[in-house]
Design a protein around this ligand. Sequence first.
Ligand SMILES: Nc1ncnc2c1ncn2[C@@H]1O[C@H](COP(=O)(O)OP(=O)(O)OP(=O)(O)O)[C@@H](O)[C@H]1O
Ligand SMILES: [Mg+2]
Length: 284
Amino acid sequence: MDMTAEPNPLPGGVPAGGSASVAAPANPEPLLRLRGISKHFGAVQALYGVDLDLPPGQVTALCGDNGAGKSVLTKCIAGIHEPDEGEMLWEGRQVHIRTPKDAASLGIETVYQDLALADNLDIVQNMFLGRERVSSVFLDEDGMERAAADTLAGLRVTTVRSIRQPVATLSGGQRQAVAVAKAVMWNSKLVMLDEPTAALGVAQTAMVLELIRRLKDHGLAVMVISHNLNDVFEVADRIAVLRLGRMVAEDWLSSFDRQSVVDFMTTGGSSRDVLASGSSHDKD
Ligand SMILES: Nc1ncnc2c1ncn2[C@@H]1O[C@H](COP(=O)(O)OP(=O)(O)OP(=O)(O)O)[C@@H](O)[C@H]1O
Ligand SMILES: [Mg+2]
């Protein structure tokens, strides 16, 4: 347990979101750059030489049909699977992420729909789980409560009645919000969300998409896996499409329309000429 770790409550003044319509900025240096990542499980080749850039301050949507390799790729970045081949460059330096702890120490947090939180603990306990603060011999309950409340307020999460509420009593969207807030509080630089809105209603989905925008406004790199193209087009700055373990397209949102994303997901190419300046990855 790291008792010296200091959380990072967001400053009060969070810039308003709504940057989706702004033109794509000049290519920022990626926070994480993947080159030639391959991974197999026995006879199953899950990833073939995958390249992907995750720039700071941008939301990258990772799209693909069932079994395309999205979760395996996420788990390679999260230190759950070790790639067979390939390079990962973090802030330009080569890294080997072998365990979830390696990922956390770089500032990589993964938010899963169901696994992120401990149901029987309250919100504060969840946000400090494994990193509890101690003053003299006692847990610093007041300090942790303030930091948790500040972080949630900074993200404008206002629907939670009490931060001492057990997480089991929260709605799906509120749970997602707490998982995201936890990632933010610990100075994460990259947050990956695997199907964050799959089980959510309309209002909860809107809340989670708004949170994703706030993360990006704070300069974090965000990777979102989603089957829902409405969500993708609402929140993403960039789209990357995996098909059968290969990266078949990676470009700014404005290079795609919904049909071309579906085409890339299902056939690996698009007859629509929307990628004129296109990705170097799409096949002829
Ligand atoms: N632990 C594992 N052992 C063996 N094969 C695996 C393992 N994990 C994934 N695979 C295989 O790797 C391929 C990619 O799986 P992955 O879970 O990444 O798909 P996905 O794109 O996340 O799909 P979905 O949209 O259904 O979640 C699949 O063929 C899957 O069966
Ligand atoms: Mg998956």
